[in-house]
Design a binder for this molecule. Structure first.
Ligand code: ATP
Ligand code: MG
Length: 435
C-alpha cells in the first residue's frame, strides 16, 4: 500500500469557508451597491497576464516586480516559443490592458471596478497573504481633479456602507515627470551625502529609483527619510492647482485628511494625487486602500495616452477591520427547516419545498440516511441547530389532510398552524425573514 500523503493548501493561500464566506458575500454585495450608485461598471480580466505587462506597467524596480511576482515560462508551442506569464499581483495594469485592447475609450471616459484574487510572494502574516483579494475602482479617460475626489469619496462611501469608522486618509501629490526629475536630483544628492545610513535596498535603488527609498519600511531609516527633500516643494503651478482643487472638494464634503509628503505608494505608475486609507486597528498591515492618478500608464503599456485615476482595497484587511470594529454581519439562516418523518412523504414534501423556494423562501430539507429519515426528535434537533425560524412538518396526518404544519421555532411562542400543500405560493411570504 502506498504511504498516504496529506496535501494541504499552499502557504499564504487561504480557503474561504462557511461561516466566514458569508462575510465575504456580504462585503461583495455592499461593494456592488456602492459601485452602482456611483455608476461604476464591473470588469473581469484574467488572473494571468504576460509578465511584460507588469514589468512595464508597475516598474522594474518595485518590490512587487523585483521579488513578489509568481512568474513562469509556459510550455513551448510547436515553434519552440514559450510565453512568460505571471499571476497578477494587482489589477490596474490588467484593466488598462483590456481597455486598450478593446478600445473602450473610443467614446469617452469609463468608470470601472473589479473584485478578485491577486498573487504576491510575500512573507505570510496577519493581513498579508500570497493569494489575497482586492476590490479596485478605475476611472479612465478623465483628467480633472474632480475624478481624484470622486475616487476618494467613493471609498469613503464604501466605509460608511460597511459600517467602518476607524480610518484616516493620507494624501500627497507626486507632481508630473519633469517635477519629479528635479526632485529626484535633489533626492539623490541628499541620499548620497548620507550614503553610510542607507540599507542595502536603498543603496541599490539610489540611482535606479530613489523615490522608492521614501517608501521604505525599515525603522532604522525613518529619520533619514524624514529629512529628505520634499516633492511638494518642487511642484509647479498646474500640479499645485490640481492638488488644491482635490482638497477643496474633500473639504466641502467634510472629509478629514492629512498630507503626507512621504507617501509615494509602492508602484511606479502614479502621478499627481496619491492617497491611502489607513487604520490603526490592524497593527503593521494598516493600509486598507491605496491609489492615485496614473496619467502615463496607458501610454506606457502601448495605448493612446489617456489620463486615469484609481484605487485598490484589500478585502482581507477590511474584513478583519470589520471584526475589530464589531460590525455585525447578518448570518444567512434558512427561513424554514423541513421535518419529514417518513420517506413516503418525500415526493409531496419536496414538490412543496420547491414551490416555496421559487417564491423566495430559504428552505433547508432534512436529510435522512440509508435506514430512513430518523426520529422526529433528532430532526427537530437539527431544525433548531439550523437557525431556521420555522419548521415545516410533513407528517402522515398532515399529508392525509392535504396540509403541512408550520411551527415557529425561534419566537418562543411555539405556535403552529396548518397550511394547504396545494398552494404554497399563498403562504410563502409568511415564512420569509423581513430583515
Ligand atoms: P503594503 O504596503 O501593505 O505592502 P501595498 O502598497 O503593496 O501594501 P497595494 O499594491 O497598494 O498595496 O494594494 C492595495 C491594497 O491591497 C493594500 O492597501 C492592502 O490593503 C492590500 N494588499 C496588498 N498586498 C497584500 C497582501 N499581500 N495581502 C493582503 N492584502 C494586501
Ligand atoms: Mg506591498
Amino acid at each position: 500500500m502506498s504511504k498516504s500523503i496529506r496535501i494541504t493548501a499552499i502557504k499564504g493561500m487561504n480557503d474561504i469557508l462557511p461561516p466566514q464566506s458569508a462575510r465575504w458575500e456580504w462585503l461583495e454585495a455592499a461593494v456592488r451597491r456602492v459601485m452602482a450608485r456611483h455608476a461604476y461598471r464591473d470588469v473581469r480580466t484574467p488572473v494571468m497576464e504576460h509578465t511584460q505587462l507588469f514589468t512595464r506597467g508597475l516598474g522594474e524596480v518595485t518590490d512587487v516586480v523585483e521579488k513578489e511576482m509568481y512568474s513562469f515560462e509556459d510550455r513551448a508551442d510547436q515553434h519552440g516559443h514559450a510565453d512568460h506569464l505571471s499571476l497578477r499581483p494587482e489589477n490596474t495594469a490588467g484593466v488598462v490592458r483590456a481597455v486598450v485592447e478593446h478600445n473602450l475609450l473610443y467614446d469617452g471616459g469609463k468608470r470601472l471596478y473589479y473584485m478578485g484574487p491577486m498573487f504576491r510572494r510575500e512573507r505570510p502574516q496577519r493581513g498579508r497573504y500570497r493569494q489575497f483579494h482586492q476590490v479596485g475602482a478605475e476611472a479612465l479617460g478623465f483628467s480633472g481633479p474632480e475624478l481624484d475626489a470622486e475616487m476618494i469619496l467613493l471609498a469613503v462611501q464604501l466605509w460608511a456602507e460597511l459600517g467602518i469608522r476607524h480610518w484616516r486618509l493620507e494624501l500627497n501629490c507626486l507632481g508630473q515627470p519633469d517635477e519629479r526629475r528635479a526632485h529626484r536630483a535633489a533626492l539623490v544628492a541628499y541620499f548620497e551625502a548620507h550614503h553610510d545610513q542607507l540599507d542595502a535596498d536603498a543603496r541599490r535603488r539610489l540611482h535606479s529609483n530613489p523615490l522608492r527609498i521614501l517608501d521604505t519600511k525599515n525603522p532604522a531609516m525613518q529619520a533619514l527619510v524624514e529629512g529628505a527633500p520634499r516633492l511638494l516643494d518642487h511642484l509647479g503651478e498646474a500640479s499645485r492647482r490640481h492638488f488644491e482643487a482635490v482638497q477643496a472638494i474633500l473639504g466641502a464634503s467634510g472629509i478629514a485628511y492629512s498630507i503626507n509628503p512621504r507617501l509615494v505608494r509602492g508602484l511606479d505608475y502614479y502621478n499627481l494625487t496619491v492617497f491611502e486609507f489607513i487604520t490603526d486597528s490592524l497593527g503593521a498591515q494598516g493600509t486598507i486602500c491605496g491609489g492615485g492618478r496614473y496619467d502615463y500608464l496607458i501610454e506606457q503599456i502601448g495605448g493612446k495616452g489617456a489620463p486615469a485615476v484609481g484605487w485598490a482595497m484589500g478585502i482581507e484587511r477590511v474584513l478583519e477591520l470589520l471584526q475589530e470594529e464589531g460590525v455585525v454581519v447578518p448570518e444567512p439562516l434558512p427561513d424554514a427547516y423541513a421535518v419529514i418523518p417518513d420517506t413516503a412523504a418525500l415526493p409531496v414534501a419536496m414538490r412543496c419545498l420547491q414551490a416555496l423556494r421559487a417564491a423566495g423562501v430559504a428552505v433547508q430539507m432534512h436529510a435522512g440516511g440509508a435506514d430512513g429519515m430518523g426520529s422526529m426528535k433528532s430532526q427537530f434537533k437539527k431544525a433548531d441547530a439550523s437557525g431556521a425560524r420555522h419548521a415545516l412538518v410533513f407528517g402522515a396526518d398532515e399529508l392525509a389532510a392535504g396540509e403541512v404544519t408550520v411551527k415557529a421555532l425561534r419566537d418562543g411562542s411555539g405556535s403552529q398552524q396548518r397550511r394547504p400543500l396545494a398552494t404554497p405560493e399563498a403562504w410563502a411570504a409568511s415564512l420569509k425573514s423581513t430583515a
